[in-house]
Unconditional design. Structure first.
Length: 453
């Protein structure tokens, strides 16, 4: 609407200028026509007065009538004083004023104009006619020509206004997406040689700079993200590797002759060290699996899966870490709740949530309760409820955002991966705080169409 209003304003201003200009020209031509007509009238009167003088014609009524027939204006001839009483009482006002004026001056009134000459002593002649009316504005053809000219001017004004407004409107439509690479880059107005072309070229140059800057910024952000991810991955892997190295060295020392002479036949400690090595290796495998999922996410290979079995497996694998943190894991799920799932991926999502809950409650201990309910017949909600401090306002808004973490030393990957896994399964991850405190994380999953035998 604004662009149309601008078009109308430009066209209206142009048309108003044309109309006022043509009317002013018409009035000036009309005035010039009247002026020239009066000049011709005065010259005609002077010429005929000179003719009477040179021919010594008497100022009689017959002379006046003869001149009147030839000149087609009123002519008065008389002898005697100039101030003839007849003209003062019977003649027009213009004629009366002309007779009273001793100099041959054209006297003009509203409807008549007259001039008086004394061509010989006490011989007078006066010429009178109706005041000329301008013919330009009274001519129908002239008015038709003016109307046609104004319509053509309006069409030209609209074309000129649109030639200005159209590229401005297109430029305004492009500005919101100026820095987006998928936006149309071609702008035909850049070929124009006027100010609109200068504006279009400035837009194109600015867009190219913004796109280049955006690409450079994205590359810098990607490199920074890669650096943070690499640092976090190195930190997370370093701890399991250190434990594996330590226990491997202890096992190596236990195999020497010196250690064999000192140790007893108890194989329990050796088995524990082997178990620690396997557990730490599994941690590394889980980390690498998560990074691989982030780098190359693949569709899940789904099959009917009992949530209770998967939860029990997750609880068992995380029990040592929970016991060490004095966190109690409570599994309230019941067998028979089937979902179409990729067991490895869904187990990874569960483990991420359980590990986060254990870390959140490690300082004061606590309880993590895992339960499952059927909602609306075709949806299963797997709920993880802990007694920890819960989520902050910022965490509630950004918990599933990649690399966001409020935990010291956290990488901000676990919940993001879990959310992506659930999304790939046609579900969602819902994060909230419990009414009595603590965090509540819910896996919303579609129920399986298969029934467990």
């Amino acid at each position: 609407m604004k662009s149309r209003s601008l078009t109308f304003r430009l066209a209206a201003a142009f048309l108003a200028f044309v109309v006022v200009g043509t009317l002013a020209l018409a009035f000036w031509l009309s005035a010039e026509e009247v002026r020239q007509s009066r000049a011709q009238f005065v010259e005609m009167a002077r010429t005929n007065a000179e003719f009477l003088r040179t021919q010594h014609l008497p100022p009689t009524e017959r002379t006046a009538q003869s001149l009147q027939e030839v000149l087609r204006v009123k002519v008065y001839c008389w002898r005697g004083p100039a101030a003839n009483e007849m003209f003062r009482t019977e003649g027009s006002r213009a004629l009366s004023n002309a007779v009273l004026d001793p100099t041959p001056t054209l006297r003009v009134e509203v409807f008549e104009e007259a001039i008086h000459f004394e061509y010989e002593p006490e011989k007078h002649v006066a010429f009178e006619r109706k005041s000329p009316a301008p013919t330009i504005l009274n001519n129908t053809r002239t008015l038709a020509m003016l109307a046609t000219f104004w319509l053509l001017s309006l069409a030209l004004a609209m074309a000129l206004a649109r030639s200005i407004v159209r590229p401005l409107r297109e430029l305004a439509n492009r500005l919101p997406t100026i820095a987006e690479e998928h936006a149309e880059a071609a702008f035909p107005e850049t070929m124009r040689g006027d100010e609109i072309g200068d504006l279009a070229r400035a837009y194109a140059d600015t867009r190219a700079q913004l796109v280049a800057e955006r690409r450079a910024r994205q590359q810098a952000e990607q490199l920074a993200t890669l650096g943070r991810m690499a640092t976090g991955l190195a930190h997370e892997i370093n701890n399991p590797i250190s434990a594996i190295k330590l226990h491997t060295q202890l096992l190596e020392f236990a195999g020497t002759a010196e250690a064999a002479a000192l140790r007893t036949a108890d194989e329990t400690e050796r088995e524990q060290r082997l178990k620690i090595i396997l557990d730490e290796s599994a941690k590394i495998e889980g980390l690498v699996s998560q990074w691989m999922f982030l780098a190359r996410p693949q569709p899940p290979q789904t099959a009917p899966c009992d949530l209770a079995d998967l939860v029990a497996q997750t609880v068992q694998s995380q029990r040592p870490a929970a016991d060490h943190a004095k966190v109690r894991l409570v599994n309230e799920t019941t067998p028979g709740l089937l979902v179409p799932a990729d067991r490895r991926r869904l187990a990874q999502a569960m483990a991420n949530v359980v590990i986060n809950a254990i870390h959140a409650m490690a300082a004061d201990s606590g309880t993590l309760t895992i339960s499952a309910v059927v909602a609306q017949g075709s949806t299963i909600c797997l709920r993880f409820t802990d007694t920890g401090p819960g989520f902050s306002e910022a965490a509630l808004a950004r918990a599933t955002e990649l690399l966001f973490s409020e935990k010291e030393g956290g990488m901000g990957i676990g919940l993001n991966v879990s959310a992506e896994i659930l999304r790939a399964h046609g579900g969602e991850l819902v994060i909230a705080n419990g009414a009595a405190g603590g965090a509540v994380i819910t896996f919303v999953l579609p129920a399986s169409e298969f029934k467990k035998p």
